[in-house]
Design a protein around this ligand. Structure first.
Ligand code: ATP
Ligand code: MG
Length: 479
Protein backbone atom coordinates (compact mmCIF):
# COMPACT_ATOMS: atom_id res chain seq x y z
CA UNK A 1 0.00 0.00 0.00
CA UNK A 2 1.33 3.42 -0.88
CA UNK A 3 -0.10 6.80 -0.01
CA UNK A 4 -1.14 8.79 -3.02
CA UNK A 5 -2.00 12.49 -3.02
CA UNK A 6 -3.70 14.27 -5.88
CA UNK A 7 -0.40 14.98 -7.62
CA UNK A 8 0.58 11.29 -7.46
CA UNK A 9 -2.81 10.27 -8.77
CA UNK A 10 -2.50 12.70 -11.68
CA UNK A 11 0.91 11.25 -12.52
CA UNK A 12 -0.47 7.72 -12.47
CA UNK A 13 -3.56 8.65 -14.53
CA UNK A 14 -1.32 10.30 -17.10
CA UNK A 15 0.51 7.02 -17.69
CA UNK A 16 -2.68 5.78 -19.30
CA UNK A 17 -3.51 8.07 -22.29
CA UNK A 18 -7.10 6.83 -22.26
CA UNK A 19 -7.91 8.89 -19.16
CA UNK A 20 -7.09 12.22 -20.83
CA UNK A 21 -9.37 11.33 -23.73
CA UNK A 22 -12.19 10.32 -21.39
CA UNK A 23 -11.66 13.56 -19.49
CA UNK A 24 -12.01 15.67 -22.64
CA UNK A 25 -15.15 13.82 -23.76
CA UNK A 26 -16.74 14.11 -20.31
CA UNK A 27 -16.10 17.87 -20.25
CA UNK A 28 -17.58 18.23 -23.75
CA UNK A 29 -20.73 16.48 -22.57
CA UNK A 30 -20.72 18.43 -19.27
CA UNK A 31 -20.89 15.16 -17.35
CA UNK A 32 -19.21 14.37 -14.04
CA UNK A 33 -16.99 11.40 -14.60
CA UNK A 34 -14.90 9.15 -12.30
CA UNK A 35 -12.67 6.11 -12.49
CA UNK A 36 -13.94 3.87 -9.73
CA UNK A 37 -13.65 0.56 -7.86
CA UNK A 38 -10.97 -2.08 -8.33
CA UNK A 39 -8.83 0.04 -10.63
CA UNK A 40 -8.38 2.78 -8.02
CA UNK A 41 -7.88 0.25 -5.22
CA UNK A 42 -5.14 -1.45 -7.20
CA UNK A 43 -3.34 1.86 -7.80
CA UNK A 44 -2.97 2.21 -4.03
CA UNK A 45 -1.99 -1.44 -3.62
CA UNK A 46 0.47 -1.30 -6.53
CA UNK A 47 -1.21 -4.30 -8.06
CA UNK A 48 -1.31 -4.65 -11.83
CA UNK A 49 -4.57 -3.02 -12.89
CA UNK A 50 -6.79 -4.75 -15.35
CA UNK A 51 -9.97 -3.29 -16.69
CA UNK A 52 -11.07 0.26 -16.05
CA UNK A 53 -14.50 1.02 -14.60
CA UNK A 54 -15.87 4.51 -15.12
CA UNK A 55 -18.94 6.05 -13.51
CA UNK A 56 -20.60 9.08 -15.05
CA UNK A 57 -23.35 11.12 -13.46
CA UNK A 58 -25.67 10.80 -16.44
CA UNK A 59 -25.79 8.22 -19.21
CA UNK A 60 -22.85 5.82 -19.34
CA UNK A 61 -23.99 4.73 -22.78
CA UNK A 62 -23.95 8.28 -24.21
CA UNK A 63 -20.50 8.77 -22.74
CA UNK A 64 -19.15 5.53 -24.25
CA UNK A 65 -20.58 6.35 -27.67
CA UNK A 66 -19.07 9.83 -27.63
CA UNK A 67 -15.72 8.34 -26.62
CA UNK A 68 -16.03 5.83 -29.46
CA UNK A 69 -16.50 8.67 -31.97
CA UNK A 70 -13.53 10.55 -30.51
CA UNK A 71 -11.19 7.54 -30.68
CA UNK A 72 -12.25 6.67 -34.23
CA UNK A 73 -10.40 3.81 -35.97
CA UNK A 74 -9.76 0.62 -34.05
CA UNK A 75 -12.35 1.27 -31.35
CA UNK A 76 -15.13 -1.15 -30.52
CA UNK A 77 -18.14 -0.04 -28.49
CA UNK A 78 -20.66 -2.56 -27.10
CA UNK A 79 -23.87 -1.29 -25.56
CA UNK A 80 -25.89 -3.25 -23.00
CA UNK A 81 -29.17 -1.32 -22.85
CA UNK A 82 -30.74 -3.67 -20.31
CA UNK A 83 -27.98 -2.94 -17.84
CA UNK A 84 -27.45 0.70 -18.81
CA UNK A 85 -23.77 -0.01 -19.40
CA UNK A 86 -21.40 0.17 -22.34
CA UNK A 87 -17.95 -1.18 -22.97
CA UNK A 88 -15.24 0.47 -25.02
CA UNK A 89 -12.36 -1.66 -26.31
CA UNK A 90 -9.37 0.16 -27.69
CA UNK A 91 -5.78 -1.03 -28.16
CA UNK A 92 -6.20 -4.01 -25.82
CA UNK A 93 -7.74 -1.85 -23.10
CA UNK A 94 -11.30 -2.38 -21.85
CA UNK A 95 -13.24 0.43 -20.26
CA UNK A 96 -16.67 -0.16 -18.77
CA UNK A 97 -19.04 2.83 -18.51
CA UNK A 98 -22.02 3.01 -16.22
CA UNK A 99 -24.28 5.84 -15.12
CA UNK A 100 -24.22 6.56 -11.39
CA UNK A 101 -27.12 4.65 -9.88
CA UNK A 102 -29.06 4.01 -6.77
CA UNK A 103 -30.13 0.46 -6.12
CA UNK A 104 -32.85 -1.02 -3.98
CA UNK A 105 -33.33 -4.71 -3.51
CA UNK A 106 -36.23 -7.04 -2.81
CA UNK A 107 -35.66 -10.04 -0.60
CA UNK A 108 -35.76 -12.92 -3.04
CA UNK A 109 -33.55 -11.78 -5.86
CA UNK A 110 -30.17 -10.40 -6.72
CA UNK A 111 -31.87 -8.10 -9.23
CA UNK A 112 -32.19 -4.60 -7.80
CA UNK A 113 -34.55 -1.82 -8.76
CA UNK A 114 -32.24 0.72 -10.34
CA UNK A 115 -32.66 4.49 -10.47
CA UNK A 116 -30.35 7.29 -11.57
CA UNK A 117 -28.33 8.61 -8.67
CA UNK A 118 -25.39 10.67 -7.53
CA UNK A 119 -21.79 9.54 -7.28
CA UNK A 120 -22.29 8.89 -3.59
CA UNK A 121 -25.37 6.76 -4.27
CA UNK A 122 -23.22 4.75 -6.60
CA UNK A 123 -20.46 4.36 -4.05
CA UNK A 124 -22.98 3.18 -1.44
CA UNK A 125 -24.08 0.28 -3.64
CA UNK A 126 -20.51 -1.02 -3.90
CA UNK A 127 -19.45 -4.03 -1.91
CA UNK A 128 -16.50 -2.87 0.21
CA UNK A 129 -15.03 0.44 1.29
CA UNK A 130 -11.80 -0.41 -0.54
CA UNK A 131 -13.84 -0.96 -3.72
CA UNK A 132 -15.78 2.29 -3.37
CA UNK A 133 -12.94 4.71 -4.13
CA UNK A 134 -13.45 7.13 -7.01
CA UNK A 135 -11.05 9.53 -8.73
CA UNK A 136 -12.48 12.42 -10.72
CA UNK A 137 -11.56 12.68 -14.40
CA UNK A 138 -13.07 16.09 -15.26
CA UNK A 139 -10.35 18.64 -16.02
CA UNK A 140 -11.04 21.00 -13.13
CA UNK A 141 -10.99 18.19 -10.53
CA UNK A 142 -8.66 15.80 -12.38
CA UNK A 143 -7.07 13.36 -9.92
CA UNK A 144 -9.29 14.31 -6.97
CA UNK A 145 -10.02 11.31 -4.73
CA UNK A 146 -13.60 10.85 -3.50
CA UNK A 147 -13.61 8.45 -0.58
CA UNK A 148 -16.72 8.88 1.59
CA UNK A 149 -16.29 5.57 3.42
CA UNK A 150 -12.61 5.90 4.33
CA UNK A 151 -11.58 3.15 1.99
CA UNK A 152 -7.99 4.41 1.99
CA UNK A 153 -7.84 3.94 5.75
CA UNK A 154 -9.05 0.41 5.33
CA UNK A 155 -6.42 -0.22 2.68
CA UNK A 156 -3.86 1.06 5.15
CA UNK A 157 -5.22 -1.12 7.96
CA UNK A 158 -5.63 -4.04 5.55
CA UNK A 159 -9.29 -4.45 6.44
CA UNK A 160 -12.32 -5.53 4.43
CA UNK A 161 -15.47 -3.71 5.54
CA UNK A 162 -18.75 -2.85 3.84
CA UNK A 163 -19.68 0.80 3.22
CA UNK A 164 -23.17 0.30 4.67
CA UNK A 165 -24.52 -1.88 7.45
CA UNK A 166 -23.02 -5.25 6.42
CA UNK A 167 -26.36 -7.01 6.96
CA UNK A 168 -27.82 -4.82 4.22
CA UNK A 169 -24.87 -5.13 1.86
CA UNK A 170 -24.80 -8.93 2.14
CA UNK A 171 -28.49 -9.52 2.17
CA UNK A 172 -28.97 -7.27 -0.90
CA UNK A 173 -26.50 -9.30 -2.91
CA UNK A 174 -25.23 -12.43 -1.16
CA UNK A 175 -22.53 -12.95 -3.80
CA UNK A 176 -20.72 -10.21 -1.88
CA UNK A 177 -20.16 -12.73 0.93
CA UNK A 178 -18.07 -14.84 -1.41
CA UNK A 179 -16.34 -11.73 -2.72
CA UNK A 180 -15.58 -10.67 0.84
CA UNK A 181 -13.76 -13.89 1.61
CA UNK A 182 -12.13 -13.90 -1.81
CA UNK A 183 -10.70 -10.38 -1.38
CA UNK A 184 -9.54 -11.13 2.18
CA UNK A 185 -7.72 -14.18 0.81
CA UNK A 186 -6.27 -12.57 -2.32
CA UNK A 187 -5.08 -9.46 -0.49
CA UNK A 188 -4.32 -11.14 2.83
CA UNK A 189 -6.59 -8.65 4.62
CA UNK A 190 -8.64 -9.23 7.75
CA UNK A 191 -12.40 -8.98 7.70
CA UNK A 192 -13.67 -6.31 10.05
CA UNK A 193 -15.57 -7.86 12.99
CA UNK A 194 -19.09 -6.55 12.20
CA UNK A 195 -18.64 -7.61 8.61
CA UNK A 196 -17.47 -11.05 9.70
CA UNK A 197 -20.44 -11.44 12.06
CA UNK A 198 -22.78 -10.44 9.25
CA UNK A 199 -21.27 -13.07 6.97
CA UNK A 200 -22.26 -15.67 9.47
CA UNK A 201 -25.73 -14.21 10.07
CA UNK A 202 -26.54 -13.95 6.37
CA UNK A 203 -24.94 -17.18 5.23
CA UNK A 204 -28.23 -18.85 4.24
CA UNK A 205 -28.77 -16.10 1.66
CA UNK A 206 -26.00 -17.66 -0.43
CA UNK A 207 -28.65 -20.11 -1.66
CA UNK A 208 -30.04 -17.55 -4.12
CA UNK A 209 -26.68 -17.29 -5.89
CA UNK A 210 -26.04 -19.43 -8.96
CA UNK A 211 -23.39 -22.14 -8.88
CA UNK A 212 -21.48 -20.43 -11.69
CA UNK A 213 -21.04 -17.23 -9.70
CA UNK A 214 -19.96 -19.16 -6.63
CA UNK A 215 -17.39 -21.24 -8.45
CA UNK A 216 -15.92 -18.08 -10.04
CA UNK A 217 -15.08 -16.82 -6.57
CA UNK A 218 -13.98 -20.24 -5.30
CA UNK A 219 -11.66 -20.45 -8.29
CA UNK A 220 -10.06 -17.12 -7.40
CA UNK A 221 -9.57 -18.35 -3.84
CA UNK A 222 -7.99 -21.60 -4.98
CA UNK A 223 -5.47 -20.00 -7.33
CA UNK A 224 -4.50 -17.35 -4.75
CA UNK A 225 -1.27 -17.50 -2.74
CA UNK A 226 -2.93 -18.83 0.40
CA UNK A 227 -6.13 -20.65 -0.50
CA UNK A 228 -6.29 -22.36 2.91
CA UNK A 229 -7.09 -18.96 4.43
CA UNK A 230 -10.16 -18.68 2.20
CA UNK A 231 -11.40 -22.14 3.15
CA UNK A 232 -10.83 -21.42 6.80
CA UNK A 233 -13.01 -18.30 6.50
CA UNK A 234 -15.66 -20.15 4.51
CA UNK A 235 -15.72 -22.77 7.22
CA UNK A 236 -15.82 -20.34 10.15
CA UNK A 237 -18.70 -18.37 8.68
CA UNK A 238 -20.74 -21.48 7.93
CA UNK A 239 -20.71 -20.80 4.19
CA UNK A 240 -18.65 -23.88 3.40
CA UNK A 241 -21.32 -26.20 4.72
CA UNK A 242 -23.80 -24.63 2.32
CA UNK A 243 -21.69 -24.49 -0.82
CA UNK A 244 -19.43 -27.52 -0.35
CA UNK A 245 -20.86 -29.79 2.35
CA UNK A 246 -18.56 -32.73 1.59
CA UNK A 247 -15.54 -30.64 2.52
CA UNK A 248 -17.14 -29.25 5.67
CA UNK A 249 -18.03 -32.82 6.69
CA UNK A 250 -14.32 -33.58 7.07
CA UNK A 251 -14.20 -31.39 10.15
CA UNK A 252 -14.43 -32.91 13.61
CA UNK A 253 -12.70 -35.36 15.87
CA UNK A 254 -14.38 -38.36 17.39
CA UNK A 255 -13.03 -40.20 20.38
CA UNK A 256 -13.85 -43.77 21.41
CA UNK A 257 -12.22 -45.40 24.40
CA UNK A 258 -9.73 -42.57 24.60
CA UNK A 259 -8.71 -42.99 20.97
CA UNK A 260 -9.21 -40.05 18.62
CA UNK A 261 -8.65 -39.69 14.88
CA UNK A 262 -7.17 -36.57 13.38
CA UNK A 263 -9.37 -33.72 12.17
CA UNK A 264 -9.45 -34.32 8.46
CA UNK A 265 -10.58 -30.82 7.54
CA UNK A 266 -7.60 -29.08 9.09
CA UNK A 267 -5.37 -31.83 7.78
CA UNK A 268 -6.75 -31.22 4.27
CA UNK A 269 -6.00 -27.50 4.52
CA UNK A 270 -2.45 -28.33 5.58
CA UNK A 271 -2.05 -30.59 2.58
CA UNK A 272 -3.43 -27.84 0.36
CA UNK A 273 -0.90 -25.39 1.76
CA UNK A 274 1.93 -27.89 1.26
CA UNK A 275 0.89 -28.44 -2.34
CA UNK A 276 0.86 -24.67 -2.93
CA UNK A 277 4.36 -24.42 -1.46
CA UNK A 278 5.65 -27.06 -3.83
CA UNK A 279 4.30 -25.11 -6.79
CA UNK A 280 1.10 -27.09 -7.39
CA UNK A 281 -1.31 -25.58 -9.90
CA UNK A 282 -5.07 -25.27 -9.84
CA UNK A 283 -5.96 -28.93 -10.40
CA UNK A 284 -3.35 -30.37 -8.08
CA UNK A 285 -4.84 -28.00 -5.49
CA UNK A 286 -8.26 -29.48 -6.19
CA UNK A 287 -6.81 -32.96 -5.78
CA UNK A 288 -5.38 -31.89 -2.41
CA UNK A 289 -8.77 -30.53 -1.34
CA UNK A 290 -10.51 -33.74 -2.33
CA UNK A 291 -7.91 -36.37 -1.47
CA UNK A 292 -9.62 -37.42 1.76
CA UNK A 293 -13.17 -36.53 0.74
CA UNK A 294 -14.21 -40.20 1.13
CA UNK A 295 -13.18 -40.36 4.78
CA UNK A 296 -16.46 -39.48 6.50
CA UNK A 297 -18.27 -42.21 4.56
CA UNK A 298 -15.71 -44.89 5.35
CA UNK A 299 -14.97 -44.09 8.97
CA UNK A 300 -15.23 -47.09 11.32
CA UNK A 301 -14.02 -47.82 14.81
CA UNK A 302 -12.48 -51.19 15.34
CA UNK A 303 -11.51 -52.12 18.89
CA UNK A 304 -8.31 -53.75 17.62
CA UNK A 305 -7.22 -51.34 14.88
CA UNK A 306 -8.73 -48.12 16.19
CA UNK A 307 -10.10 -45.70 13.62
CA UNK A 308 -10.01 -46.88 10.02
CA UNK A 309 -10.99 -45.31 6.71
CA UNK A 310 -10.72 -48.37 4.50
CA UNK A 311 -10.90 -47.63 0.79
CA UNK A 312 -11.54 -43.94 1.40
CA UNK A 313 -9.41 -43.22 -1.66
CA UNK A 314 -11.67 -45.29 -3.91
CA UNK A 315 -14.85 -43.95 -2.33
CA UNK A 316 -13.42 -40.45 -2.77
CA UNK A 317 -12.53 -41.16 -6.39
CA UNK A 318 -16.15 -42.12 -7.01
CA UNK A 319 -17.42 -38.92 -5.36
CA UNK A 320 -15.35 -36.64 -7.57
CA UNK A 321 -17.63 -36.54 -10.66
CA UNK A 322 -20.72 -35.64 -8.61
CA UNK A 323 -18.84 -32.90 -6.80
CA UNK A 324 -17.45 -31.51 -10.06
CA UNK A 325 -20.90 -31.56 -11.67
CA UNK A 326 -22.56 -29.82 -8.75
CA UNK A 327 -19.85 -27.19 -8.40
CA UNK A 328 -19.95 -26.52 -12.17
CA UNK A 329 -16.35 -27.59 -12.59
CA UNK A 330 -15.23 -28.97 -15.97
CA UNK A 331 -16.26 -32.60 -16.58
CA UNK A 332 -13.27 -33.30 -18.81
CA UNK A 333 -9.70 -34.56 -18.48
CA UNK A 334 -9.16 -32.16 -15.58
CA UNK A 335 -11.83 -34.00 -13.60
CA UNK A 336 -10.25 -37.33 -14.60
CA UNK A 337 -6.87 -36.09 -13.41
CA UNK A 338 -8.27 -35.15 -9.99
CA UNK A 339 -10.07 -38.49 -9.80
CA UNK A 340 -6.93 -40.39 -10.62
CA UNK A 341 -4.87 -38.59 -7.97
CA UNK A 342 -7.56 -39.09 -5.32
CA UNK A 343 -7.77 -42.79 -6.19
CA UNK A 344 -4.01 -43.31 -6.14
CA UNK A 345 -3.02 -41.04 -3.25
CA UNK A 346 -2.46 -43.92 -0.81
CA UNK A 347 -0.22 -45.93 -3.09
CA UNK A 348 3.19 -44.28 -2.76
CA UNK A 349 2.73 -44.18 1.02
CA UNK A 350 1.81 -47.85 1.09
CA UNK A 351 4.88 -48.67 -0.99
CA UNK A 352 7.15 -46.51 1.15
CA UNK A 353 5.74 -48.04 4.30
CA UNK A 354 6.61 -51.53 3.12
CA UNK A 355 9.56 -52.85 1.21
CA UNK A 356 10.07 -50.76 -1.92
CA UNK A 357 9.99 -53.44 -4.61
CA UNK A 358 10.54 -52.93 -8.33
CA UNK A 359 7.26 -54.52 -9.17
CA UNK A 360 5.21 -52.26 -6.85
CA UNK A 361 6.89 -49.17 -8.26
CA UNK A 362 6.42 -50.35 -11.86
CA UNK A 363 2.72 -50.89 -11.23
CA UNK A 364 2.40 -47.45 -9.70
CA UNK A 365 4.14 -45.91 -12.68
CA UNK A 366 1.89 -47.83 -15.04
CA UNK A 367 -1.28 -46.56 -13.35
CA UNK A 368 -0.18 -42.98 -12.77
CA UNK A 369 1.42 -42.51 -16.19
CA UNK A 370 2.38 -38.90 -16.84
CA UNK A 371 0.74 -37.75 -13.61
CA UNK A 372 3.27 -39.61 -11.48
CA UNK A 373 5.20 -36.45 -10.54
CA UNK A 374 2.07 -34.67 -9.36
CA UNK A 375 1.01 -37.77 -7.46
CA UNK A 376 4.34 -37.83 -5.65
CA UNK A 377 3.96 -34.13 -4.77
CA UNK A 378 0.49 -34.77 -3.39
CA UNK A 379 1.68 -37.71 -1.32
CA UNK A 380 4.59 -35.80 0.16
CA UNK A 381 2.22 -32.94 0.96
CA UNK A 382 -0.04 -35.48 2.66
CA UNK A 383 2.55 -36.30 5.34
CA UNK A 384 1.49 -33.88 8.04
CA UNK A 385 2.37 -36.05 11.02
CA UNK A 386 3.51 -34.10 14.09
CA UNK A 387 5.79 -36.98 14.94
CA UNK A 388 9.07 -35.83 13.42
CA UNK A 389 10.61 -39.29 13.44
CA UNK A 390 7.69 -40.84 11.66
CA UNK A 391 7.61 -37.99 9.20
CA UNK A 392 11.30 -38.35 8.45
CA UNK A 393 11.01 -42.09 7.92
CA UNK A 394 8.26 -41.55 5.36
CA UNK A 395 10.17 -38.82 3.59
CA UNK A 396 13.29 -41.02 3.41
CA UNK A 397 11.33 -43.93 2.00
CA UNK A 398 9.78 -41.53 -0.47
CA UNK A 399 13.21 -40.64 -1.72
CA UNK A 400 13.72 -44.33 -2.32
CA UNK A 401 10.47 -44.57 -4.27
CA UNK A 402 11.45 -41.53 -6.31
CA UNK A 403 14.87 -42.98 -7.08
CA UNK A 404 13.36 -46.26 -8.17
CA UNK A 405 10.86 -44.42 -10.33
CA UNK A 406 13.74 -42.79 -12.17
CA UNK A 407 15.72 -46.04 -12.55
CA UNK A 408 12.79 -48.12 -13.72
CA UNK A 409 11.56 -45.45 -16.05
CA UNK A 410 14.92 -45.36 -17.79
CA UNK A 411 15.02 -49.10 -18.09
CA UNK A 412 11.45 -50.04 -18.78
CA UNK A 413 9.64 -46.98 -20.16
CA UNK A 414 6.49 -47.84 -18.23
CA UNK A 415 5.13 -44.29 -18.05
CA UNK A 416 3.65 -44.37 -21.55
CA UNK A 417 3.18 -48.11 -21.60
CA UNK A 418 2.31 -49.51 -25.01
CA UNK A 419 1.88 -53.28 -25.18
CA UNK A 420 4.95 -54.63 -27.02
CA UNK A 421 2.76 -57.32 -28.59
CA UNK A 422 -0.52 -56.02 -29.97
CA UNK A 423 -3.87 -57.76 -30.15
CA UNK A 424 -3.64 -57.69 -33.93
CA UNK A 425 -0.38 -59.56 -33.87
CA UNK A 426 -1.82 -62.25 -31.59
CA UNK A 427 -4.84 -62.61 -33.90
CA UNK A 428 -2.57 -63.02 -36.92
CA UNK A 429 -0.23 -65.53 -35.33
CA UNK A 430 -2.93 -67.83 -34.03
CA UNK A 431 -5.48 -67.04 -36.73
CA UNK A 432 -8.08 -66.19 -34.09
CA UNK A 433 -11.29 -64.32 -34.41
CA UNK A 434 -11.64 -61.67 -31.69
CA UNK A 435 -12.17 -63.53 -28.41
CA UNK A 436 -11.56 -63.09 -24.69
CA UNK A 437 -8.39 -65.15 -24.88
CA UNK A 438 -6.65 -62.25 -26.67
CA UNK A 439 -7.31 -59.93 -23.77
CA UNK A 440 -6.11 -62.61 -21.39
CA UNK A 441 -2.81 -62.96 -23.21
CA UNK A 442 -2.31 -59.20 -23.34
CA UNK A 443 -2.96 -58.86 -19.60
CA UNK A 444 -0.54 -61.70 -18.92
CA UNK A 445 2.15 -59.85 -20.92
CA UNK A 446 1.47 -56.58 -19.08
CA UNK A 447 1.66 -58.31 -15.68
CA UNK A 448 4.86 -60.13 -16.62
CA UNK A 449 6.47 -56.82 -17.57
CA UNK A 450 5.28 -54.98 -14.47
CA UNK A 451 6.43 -57.85 -12.26
CA UNK A 452 9.81 -57.86 -13.94
CA UNK A 453 9.43 -61.40 -15.29
CA UNK A 454 10.27 -60.19 -18.80
CA UNK A 455 11.68 -56.90 -20.10
CA UNK A 456 9.43 -54.41 -21.90
CA UNK A 457 10.52 -55.58 -25.37
CA UNK A 458 8.79 -57.08 -28.36
CA UNK A 459 10.79 -60.30 -28.81
CA UNK A 460 10.73 -61.24 -25.14
CA UNK A 461 7.01 -60.51 -25.00
CA UNK A 462 6.34 -62.57 -28.11
CA UNK A 463 8.23 -65.53 -26.69
CA UNK A 464 6.20 -65.19 -23.52
CA UNK A 465 2.93 -65.14 -25.51
CA UNK A 466 3.92 -68.30 -27.43
CA UNK A 467 4.64 -70.16 -24.23
CA UNK A 468 1.46 -69.02 -22.52
CA UNK A 469 -0.60 -69.83 -25.63
CA UNK A 470 0.78 -73.32 -25.73
CA UNK A 471 -0.33 -73.82 -22.13
CA UNK A 472 -3.79 -72.71 -23.24
CA UNK A 473 -3.73 -75.26 -26.05
CA UNK A 474 -3.33 -72.74 -28.86
CA UNK A 475 -0.95 -73.33 -31.69
CA UNK A 476 0.25 -70.87 -34.31
CA UNK A 477 -1.52 -70.88 -37.66
CA UNK A 478 0.47 -72.43 -40.50
CA UNK A 479 1.55 -69.90 -43.05
P1 ATP B 1 -11.09 -8.01 -9.64
O1 ATP B 1 -11.37 -7.49 -11.02
O2 ATP B 1 -9.68 -8.10 -9.26
O3 ATP B 1 -11.84 -9.25 -9.34
P2 ATP B 1 -12.64 -5.76 -8.85
O4 ATP B 1 -12.80 -5.02 -7.56
O5 ATP B 1 -12.24 -4.96 -10.04
O6 ATP B 1 -11.66 -6.94 -8.59
P3 ATP B 1 -14.95 -6.47 -10.35
O7 ATP B 1 -15.82 -7.65 -10.23
O8 ATP B 1 -14.18 -6.26 -11.60
O9 ATP B 1 -14.00 -6.48 -9.08
O10 ATP B 1 -15.89 -5.21 -10.07
C1 ATP B 1 -15.48 -3.87 -10.25
C2 ATP B 1 -16.09 -3.01 -9.16
O11 ATP B 1 -17.51 -3.10 -9.20
C3 ATP B 1 -15.70 -3.42 -7.74
O12 ATP B 1 -14.50 -2.85 -7.35
C4 ATP B 1 -16.89 -2.93 -6.94
O13 ATP B 1 -16.80 -1.55 -6.69
C5 ATP B 1 -18.04 -3.16 -7.88
N1 ATP B 1 -18.71 -4.45 -7.70
C6 ATP B 1 -18.50 -5.59 -8.40
N2 ATP B 1 -19.31 -6.58 -8.00
C7 ATP B 1 -20.06 -6.06 -7.03
C8 ATP B 1 -21.12 -6.57 -6.21
N3 ATP B 1 -21.53 -7.84 -6.33
N4 ATP B 1 -21.67 -5.73 -5.31
C9 ATP B 1 -21.25 -4.46 -5.20
N5 ATP B 1 -20.28 -3.93 -5.91
C10 ATP B 1 -19.68 -4.70 -6.82
MG1 MG C 1 -12.13 -5.71 -12.12
Amino acid sequence: MRNLNRKDLITLLNQQPMFKTISAVADDLHMECYVVGGYVRDLFLERPSKDIDVVVVGSGIDMAQALGRRLGRGVHVSVFRNFGTAQVKYKGQEVEFVGARRESYSHDSRKPIVEDGTLEDDQRRRDFTINALAVCLNADRYGELVDPFDGVWDLQDRVIATPLDPDITFSDDPLRMMRCIRFATQLNFTIEQDTLDALQRNRERIKIISGERIIDELHKIIVSDSPAMGFELLFQTGLLELIFPELAALQGVETVGGRAHKDNFWHTLEVLTNVVKSGGGEWLRWAALLHDIGKPRTKRFDPKQGWTFHNHNFVGEKMVPDIFRRLKLPMDERMKYVQKLVGLHMRPIAIADDEVTDSAVRRLLFEAGDDIDDLMLLCEADITSRNQQRKQRFLDNFQLVRQKLVDLEERDRIRCFQPPVTGDEIIRIFNLSPSPVIGKLKTAVKDAILDGVIPNEHDAALEFVMKRAEELGLSPAKS
